[in-house]
Design a protein around this ligand. Structure first.
Ligand SMILES: *Cc1c(COP(=O)(O)O)cnc(C)c1O
Length: 399
């Protein structure tokens, strides 16, 4: 089996499993209890917080634990909206290709009277900082731009965007769920005010994440109850998952350069191999992307059929985000970078793990090449293209 869907979730690392199991076995106390068992759990909790903060260049008091990336996104946006509204600022700038955790929260805010500007991301899948600056107004209370896109893998000019937001005095949130543990991030150097992360995207457990909020920004709790997380997130902390998240992040961050060095030649090979398929195109910039991430569109096929046939050949991939599979709508990300509907349906996302090999990549190329040809052979739509009753969207390429 070749697991090439690490953007959907990752396998837990041994270090994370170890940390989790040993915490479940030996430190079951409630960190809010005053006796030694509780205090032992509390120490683990605060140790994990300091570790995670340190890896991001933040202070421990600037990290709160959440149930994952979606919750962190929701809390960041709703908190800044509430703070903005109190000062009469009800305008938010974001992008058309954010994760639904951001986009659907923005839709909710729109219903509450906020004005939302969603920036275009252009064909290369990258937001232009000058366009972002032009969109900021005197009543803008938040800018939210993801660090790396979860469908096409493109990295955004976060530092420049952060610099603009700092200069214009607007809080800057980034959904960094795909980037944390995979590229170097320093919230202070990158001028980030709020950042969302999720453990299961860097070999930690599912259902745990964190929100970084720069000191001075006021977060609103989404979950009301006890005084945990400095009154910003009620409920007994999931200490075992938090400790596992810290272990996973420590390991991932230490290996960022080594992983990139291994993955970049594999990514290049994969892109080159898939480009040899006629009427195919890479989605997003070729270089400014996550080290293991490749996304393609193929004319004349359905992404879902491709996935099922790849599964038969032992390859786990995705057609877009896990959240849109099962829906008939083409991906909003592919539409945002200007792919026409009929091509957006024929997409394939491959996100390699750090342990991927050249043999894996060559097997993926063979399987995708065969399967695309097979599906086209059965497609009346493709026959129309072949005999000129329809015109191609992609240019023919010399191969
Ligand atoms: C996975 C993902 C999320 C959601 O994180 P969960 O922990 O699964 O809630 C949010 N944003 C991006 C970019 C993601 O890739």
């Amino acid at each position: 089996m070749i697991y090439a869907d690490n953007a959907a979730t990752t396998r837990m690392s041994e270090a994370a499993i170890e940390a989790m199991v040993s915490c479940l076995r030996e430190s079951f106390g409630n960190p809010s209890s005053l006796y030694a068992y509780g205090q032992q759990a509390k120490e683990l909790l605060e140790g994990a917080r300091a570790q995670i903060a340190g890896l991001l260049g933040a202070q421990p008091s600037e990290i709160i634990f959440t149930s994952g990336g979606s919750e962190a996104d929701n809390q960041a946006l709703l908190s800044m909206a509430e703070a903005g509204a109190r000062r009469g600022k009800k305008h938010i700038v974001s992008t058309a290709f954010e994760h639904h955790a951001v986009l659907h929260t923005l839709e909710r805010l729109k219903k509450q009277g906020f004005e939302i500007t969603l920036l275009d991301v252009h064909k290369n899948g990258i937001v232009r900082p000058e366009e972002l600056e032009n969109a900021i107004r005197s009543d803008t209370c938040l800018v939210s731009v993801m660090y790396a896109n979860n469908e096409i893998g493109t990295l955004q000019p976060i530092r420049s965007i952060g610099e603009i937001c700092t200069r214009r005095g607007v809080p800057f949130h980034t959904d960094a769920v795909q980037a944390v543990g995979h590229v170097h991030i320093d919230v202070k150097a990158d001028n980030i005010d709020l950042l969302s992360l999720s453990a299961h995207k860097f070999h930690g457990p599912k259902g745990i994440g964190a929100l970084y909020a720069r000191r001075g920004l006021v977060l609103q709790p989404l979950i009301n109850g006890g005084a945990q997380e400095r009154n910003k997130r009620a409920g007994t902390e999931n200490v075992a998952a938090i400790v596992a998240m810290a272990a996973a992040l420590t390991e991932s961050c230490a290996a960022i350069d080594a992983n990139a060095a291994r993955l970049l030649p594999l990514r290049r090979r994969l892109i080159h191999g898939l480009r040899s398929i006629p009427y195919s195109e890479l989605n997003g910039d070729e270089e400014k992307r996550l080290p293991g991430s490749v996304s393609f569109c193929f004319e004349g096929i359905e992404g879902e059929s491709l996935l099922l046939l790849l599964d038969d050949r032992g390859i786990c991939a995705s057609s877009g985000s896990a959240c849109t599979s099962g829906s008939l709508d083409p991906s909003h990300v592919l539409l945002a970078i200007g792919r026409p509907h009929e091509v957006a349906h024929g997409s394939l996302r491959l996100s390699l793990g750090e342990d991927a090999t050249q043999e894996d990549v060559d097997e993926i190329i063979r399987a995708v090449t065969d399967t695309v040809a097979y599906l086209r052979g059965m497609s009346p739509f493709w026959r129309d293209l072949e005999c000129g009753r329809r015109t191609h969207v992609f240019a023919e390429r010399e191969v």
